[in-house]
Design a protein around this ligand. Structure first.
Ligand SMILES: [Mg+2]
Length: 120
């Protein structure tokens, strides 16, 4: 199964990619929403998107709304550590615009895999 990981923090992308590859997922990475949407168009068989919310170029909420218009059935997980105010509001907003799951940063590999399996 192919998963697109969108996050502007390379260390977060690396952690998620390493965790997922160990479970035999194929991982495509993008560093912001704009690149993520392009990869979604290029790669036809992405089943799940894991996206950060606070990013330059195109942030996560806008990205989720755009992806939802393109593909109503693709699974989307929003991840965020929030800004100064904490992640709860961002994650609620992500849920409201069509994310299937939300996960608060920081999370363990096990928490990530568990959320993923609940969503599949
Ligand atoms: Mg970020």
């Amino acid at each position: 199964m192919k998963i697109l990981v969108i996050d502007d923090d390379p260390s977060v992308r690396k952690f998620i990619a390493t965790t997922l590859k160990k479970e035999n997922y194929t991982v495509i990475e993008a560093e912001n929403g704009q690149e993520g949407v392009q990869k979604l168009l290029d790669e036809k068989d992405i089943a799940i998107i894991i996206t950060d919310l606070i990013m330059p170029e195109k942030e996560g909420i806008e990205t989720i709304m755009e992806v939802r218009k393109m593909n109503p059935s693709i699974k989307i997980m929003a991840i965020s550590g929030g800004g100064k105010v904490g992640p709860e509001n961002f994650l609620l907003l992500a849920d409201a615009v069509g994310a299937n799951a939300t996960l608060r940063k920081p999370f363990s590999g096990q928490e990530l895999l568990m959320s993923l399996r609940l969503m599949e």
